[in-house]
Design a protein around this ligand. Structure first.
Ligand SMILES: Nc1ncnc2c1ncn2[C@@H]1O[C@H](COP(=O)(O)OP(=O)(O)OP(=O)(O)O)[C@@H](O)[C@H]1O
Ligand SMILES: [Mg+2]
Length: 493
């Protein structure tokens, strides 16, 4: 589906600045559509080799407060000029042309306005307003809306709407149905719709607003003052305490270079802000929980360390130290989660911390360099925690066992442990390779004697439904030990 910019560039002769102007118009014309209760089309002249004159539809807008007249998506469609003589007339005369048009699928003639869109002195497109059937007796405000619409149309034709400031435009803005206050050139309220009156109530204004300025009413909306003074669109949120938040959008109405009024669209966003706060506080709570879990695990590991120091027996000492290290590797995951809570976690941050942890615990014994290549990206926490613990075990093993009683590595002064991480065919892969002494003759991964590898086996196979292979690397290939862990990324854990 082509965008306005693409269509304009490929089908018309409009330059970049003109296309920008049209983009700004369509970013803010929902306002025009709602104020006039009408469908809007934006038509530009097609540069066609055939010679038949045509228009291309560069934009289509439906009103929010009325049923649409046009069910079809006309964006990008080519309209023969003979079907739209009034559009032709509007281009030629550079004035607004009113009349009627016959539409496919619509019974009867449809009242139409053709409003020339001027930019830098030239008419670059025509905005077509197609009025739907009137719905019963018109409400009190429809007449007011319509007169504002007329004033904005005059601005479209003299080039002062859309505004040059495109910062205040787009889908997030309040819409006419949210509540409208029209002010005169002095900032005095001319009328306020019922929804706008409700919003004023929420701001503590219970007196009639008619004939008074926001200042006189005690509404602190500085931005509206800027719209009045400088003729620029503004957006401001007025907060009263924790409970009330009102979004105020100022649309200056300009005639002959002078601000003649401001259309103020207000929207009560208190509920949305309240929800934002709830979500935010939940996130903070989750973060806090992870933080506490991490702290508790660190306390446990400190206790284990203390106990290790106190015990006389070497075996007990070692066992306690190992337990301490394992607890700390789990704490690493919670540490990362306490910074960025959620279902997913950036695994590479965990890897970084794990490497530091392993270096910290065992490297003091002999010089070993740990090199990490690649990354696993974002993983679910269900996968990340067991995987982190397993990797910590394997890295520790390499650092702890590979270079013991080892005469040295050819051409190396230090041992090197390499951790390769990547994703492949829906699997997270971790390869740990060292250039140490390799596994003993009688080594078998399947014989559950020692605790470390039993933990790894259990985590990888039973908990993560993954695979693990472990073997010595022949001396011709550099020697040492190679471990490959692969776990499916989408396993239901
Ligand atoms: N990278 C390696 N290089 C050489 N030998 C290794 C390597 N990894 C493991 N081993 C051998 O495998 C044995 C079993 O390892 P495992 O991690 O299960 O137990 P451990 O490290 O001895 O004790 P712990 O339970 O504290 O981890 C080790 O004792 C060691 O002999
Ligand atoms: Mg071990």
């Amino acid at each position: 589906m082509a965008t306005l910019a693409e269509l304009a560039a490929s089908r018309t002769r409009l330059g970049e600045a003109s296309i920008d102007h049209l983009l700004r118009l369509t970013a803010s014309w929902s306002l025009l559509s709602d104020l006039s209760f009408s469908d809007l089309l934006l038509m530009a002249q097609v540069e066609d080799a055939t010679g038949d004159e045509c228009f291309v539809v560069l934009g289509q807008m439906r009103p929010n407060n009325r049923a649409t007249l046009i069910d079809d998506d006309l964006l990008g469609s080519t309209q023969p000029a003979q079907n739209w003589p009034l559009v032709r007339q509007s281009f030629d005369s550079a004035t607004r042309v009113e009349g009627e048009v016959e539409l496919d699928n619509v019974a009867g003639a449809v009242p139409v306005w053709c409003v020339p869109v001027r930019h830098d002195g030239a008419v670059i497109a025509v905005m077509v307003r197609l009025q739907g059937p009137l719905r019963g007796p018109s409400s009190l405000y429809e007449g007011q809306y319509f007169s504002v619409f007329k004033r904005l149309c005059a601005m479209v034709s003299d080039g002062s709407f859309p505004y040059r400031e495109d910062a205040v435009a787009g889908p997030g803005l309040p819409r006419v149905g949210d509540g409208v206050i029209l002010m005169d050139r002095l900032g005095q309220v001319e009328f306020a719709t019922p929804n706008a009156v409700n919003a004023l109530h929420r701001l503590g204004v219970y007196t009639s607003s008619e004939g008074r300025t926001f200042d006189e009413l005690g509404v602190r909306a500085k931005a509206i003052g800027r719209s009045l003074e400088f003729g620029i669109p503004t957006l401001e949120e007025i907060d009263v305490g924790h409970d009330v938040a009102i979004l105020v959008h100022g649309v200056p109405i300009i005639s002959e270079h002078r601000v003649t009024g401001v259309l103020t669209i207000v929207r009560d966003v208190s509920d949305i802000r309240h929800l934002d706060r709830v979500v935010l506080s939940k996130e903070t709570a989750v973060r806090e929980v992870h933080h506490r879990v991490k702290n508790n695990l660190q306390t446990i590991s400190s206790l284990l360390r203390l106990q290790a120091r106190r015990s006389e027996e070497v075996e007990t000492k070692t066992a306690l130290k190992e337990a301490e290290r394992r607890v700390r590797s789990i704490a690493v995951v919670h540490e990362v989660l306490s910074r960025e809570p959620g279902e997913d976690v950036v695994f590479d941050e965990i890897v970084r911390s794990l490497v530091l942890l392993v270096e910290d615990t065992v490297l003091a014994l002999h010089p070993v360099e740990i090199v990490v290549n690649g990354e696993l990206g974002v993983l679910s926490t269900d996968l990340a925690t067991p995987l982190a613990v397993a990797l910590a075990e394997l890295l520790t093993n390499a650092v702890e066992h590979a270079f013991v009683d080892f005469g040295g590595v050819d051409n190396h002064d230090v041992g090197v442990v390499t951790l390769n991480l990547y994703q492949e065919n829906g699997q997270a892969i971790a390869e740990i390779r060292d250039n140490g002494r390799g596994l003993g003759e009688d080594f078998s991964l399947e014989i559950p004697t020692s605790l470390g590898l039993s933990i790894v086996r259990d985590l990888i196979r039973a908990q993560l439904y993954g695979e693990i292979v472990m073997n010595s690397v022949p001396l011709v290939d550099g020697g040492g030990t190679f471990v490959r862990v692969s776990v499916p990324l989408d396993a239901r854990l």
